[in-house]
Design a protein around this ligand. Structure first.
Ligand SMILES: NC(=O)c1ccc[n+]([C@@H]2O[C@H](COP(=O)([O-])OP(=O)(O)OC[C@H]3O[C@@H](n4cnc5c(N)ncnc54)[C@H](O)[C@@H]3O)[C@@H](O)[C@H]2O)c1
Ligand SMILES: O=C(O)[C@H](O)COP(=O)(O)O
Length: 622
């Protein structure tokens, strides 16, 4: 058993392992979380690789390792992210995943087996057949960073639990749209002409030409319920078949409907005038069983229904009743409340019902596209990029993200600084963030900045892991109310933000100079040449870059103060990176903001406090 003391420094900048291969480095990147160096002493009682794994686990697998000098010889580590694929995924997508991490394709796992395995994985990719329940997130023990849904519907993923656990959920919303629409049209036409029933009959040795007389589509009214991606494509195709198409969707843009030649109508009008009704709405608590007895009763007698959306939007027992009494002449269903449906399902066995086993997305082309779309989204998310198809986090377009990058750092640092100025024991409940900017509100998406301020505020005072996914949830859980205000200023609109102010109200401060007259702790920062700077503390203007550690000092404004404090730090070999003095009135009080690379020991801090003209001071780790 090796026994040595190792010192690991966690920093977001570099990875240095021994040997430090590029692939090892890039495989560690997804673990990046903290921006504060945390010196750590560890006893090496196990093999270094096991030790490092455990360290990564302890730290939520989220920081970057630097081995300092010869303190610790780290072996080459196999820390590739691990991806579990629990349902059949196209080969092209698997290749994308394999080029990035270790991929385990375990199809047909039971819920228990999934829970047992999941804590070994950073990402999980599913289709509609895997229930990603709260139990799965609990069993993941914080390791699962992203769930990728290879398709559109995310009703099989517990989004609330994912968000609480800070796990990003991404989907592949576009690649199977055409396949689903084509399947809808296939069901529409085959239902109208009894293709499936006639096929079964002829295979049973019969020849029933009179029994299977169908109905024509041309000139009939088709109501599209849910005019989103699939609904629009079904509408486009149905127009080509000569149908009169109406649609109901409270959120659909009228110009899209106009462009396709579709009338947007009310729910009641759609269902009461249609000869055919095609369902394309997502399954949510609000849409569960919205097609029920009452709604079937409002339909035109002899209506025909197609469902390639989700079985759960229909009350299936009510549909059987509507079929039995002839309100619904026929139904063509690709999806069911329970999949697969029970063998003795009255609905499936009904002679006027045509069924397929959830085949809407099952074309070679769609599966290839979905696999690539989801694999790229998952790899991107594991690399720490913001996903364009995130379902439970703000989607920030790449160009906005690159523009906001330095402000994101500023936001987190200001949050960390402001909360460390709060006197112990005062609970932080109310935070106001003020953004000054030359841009209109529509031109500035502040969700990312707010999330990072929240992270900065919460992390120093709790053990919670906060990220973009769970920032709002965690704040709510902790009773922290964050309000935002925009102030338009006459600066260059070239930059998204001029300044960010963080105000914490109803608390006491351990640094009284940080308080405004109204009693709020207030800090303000700006980005200068890409670097976040603290520009105001309380009512005092300063200018210090927000890097490393900070000493804030209020003293009598008199000559020699910078030298006195500077030499106390110098004696302890503490390097001063930046220094700035701000004052309101000459020769009264001044604020000195000193950036230091190292953390001064207690003795040095005490000596600074003892300097005669120093009235108060505080040491902050950023
Ligand atoms: N059978 C399959 O294999 C298959 C394949 C793809 C998609 N789908 C399902 O089809 C559905 C639609 O997919 P999409 O890609 O078009 O999604 P989408 O998000 O583009 O469209 C859904 C539309 O439904 C609308 N909507 C929501 N609630 C509504 C309501 N109460 N009434 C009317 N409209 C409402 C939304 O405004 C949106 O425009 C989803 O449930 C998806 O899971 C199934
Ligand atoms: O929502 C979807 O994308 C479809 O229902 C497809 O589901 P599947 O991936 O299980 O085929």
């Amino acid at each position: 058993m090796a026994s040595a003391t190792a010192k690991l420094i966690f920093t977001p900048r570099i990875i240095s392992t021994t040997p430090s291969s590029t692939s090892t480095q890039s495989s560690l990147l997804p673990f990046l979380k903290s921006s504060s160096p945390i010196p750590l002493k560890l006893s090496l009682s196990r093999s270094p690789s096991l030790l490092v794994r455990n360290v990564l686990k302890t730290l939520d697998s989220s920081d970057i390792l630097v081995s300092r000098g010869r303190d610790l010889e780290l072996p080459s580590l196999d820390l590739k992210p691990k991806v579990l694929v629990s349902e059949k995924l196209g080969e092209a997508g698997l290749e994308v995943l394999r080029s990035f991490g270790d991929v385990d394709c375990s199809y047909n796992l039971s819920p228990d087996e999934l829970c047992k395995k999941i804590s070994l994985f950073d990402a999980l990719i599913v289709r509609s057949g895997t229930k990603v329940s709260r139990e799965v997130f609990e069993a993941a023990k914080g390791r699962l960073k992203v769930v990728g849904r290879a398709g559109v519907g995310i009703d099989n993923v517990d989004l609330q639990a994912a968000t609480e656990f800070g796990c990003l959920v991404v989907n592949a919303p576009t690649a199977n749209t055409v396949a689903a629409a084509e399947h809808g049209i296939a069901l529409l036409a085959s239902m109208a002409r009894n293709v499936a029933q006639a096929d079964a009959s002829i295979k049973a040795g019969k020849w029933q030409r009179n029994k299977y007389v169908g109905v024509s589509l041309v000139g009939k009214t088709l109501a599209i319920m849910g005019f989103g991606k699939v609904g629009s494509e079904v509408a486009r195709r149905a127009k080509g078949l000569g149908m009169h198409v109406v649609a109901h969707d409270p959120y659909a843009p009228a110009d899209r409907a106009r462009a396709i030649g579709v009338d947007l109508v009310s729910f009641e009008e759609a269902i009461s005038t249609a000869d055919f009704i095609s369902l394309h709405i997502p399954l949510t608590p609000a849409t569960s069983k919205i097609f029920n007895d009452e709604i079937f009763a409002m339909m035109k007698k002899g209506v025909r229904i197609i469902n390639v959306a989700r079985g759960g939007v229909i009350d299936e027992d009510a549909l059987v009743r509507a079929l039995d009494i002839g309100i619904v002449a026929q139904a063509a269903l690709d999806v069911f409340t329970e999949e697969p449906p029970p063998k003795d399902s009255k609905l499936v066995q009904h002679e006027n019902v045509t069924v397929t086993p959830h085949l809407g997305a099952s074309t070679k082309e769609a599966q290839e596209g979905v696999a690539i779309e989801i694999a790229e989204a998952v790899v991107g998310a594991l690399r720490g990029e913001l996903a364009a198809t995130a379902v439970n986090a703000p989607m920030v377009p790449a160009e906005v993200l690159s523009e906001l990058a330095p402000y994101v750092v500023l936001a987190e640092k200001l949050g960390r600084l402001a909360v460390q100025l709060v006197a112990g024991g005062s609970g932080v409940k109310s935070v106001k963030v003020v953004y000054t900017s030359a841009r209109d509100s529509d031109d500035l998406d502040t969700r990312l900045l707010r999330a990072m301020i929240t992270k900065g505020i919460i992390e120093p005072i709790s053990s919670s892991f906060v990220n973009l996914v769970n920032a709002d949830y965690t704040a709510k859980q902790k009773g922290l109310r964050i309000s935002e205000e925009r102030v338009i200023v006459d600066t260059s609109p070239e930059f998204p933000v001029d300044s960010i102010q963080v105000h914490i109200s109803n608390v006491e401060s351990k640094f009284a100079s940080a308080l405004l007259e109204n009693g709020e702790i207030s800090v303000e920062g700006k980005v200068k040449d890409g670097i976040p700077h603290l520009t105001c503390i309380g009512s005092f203007g300063v200018d210090v870059s927000l890097e490393g550690n900070l000493i804030l000092c209020r003293q009598v404004d008199q000559p020699g103060m910078i030298g006195r404090v500077g030499s106390l730090l110098g004696e302890q070999n503490v390097n001063v990176s930046f220094m700035s003095v701000g004052r309101l009135v000459q020769r009264k009080h001044a604020i000195m903001a000193i950036g230091v690379d190292e953390e001064p020991d207690k003795e040095t801090l005490k000596k600074i406090g003892d300097v005669q003209a120093v009235e108060e001071f505080v040491f902050i780790k950023l």
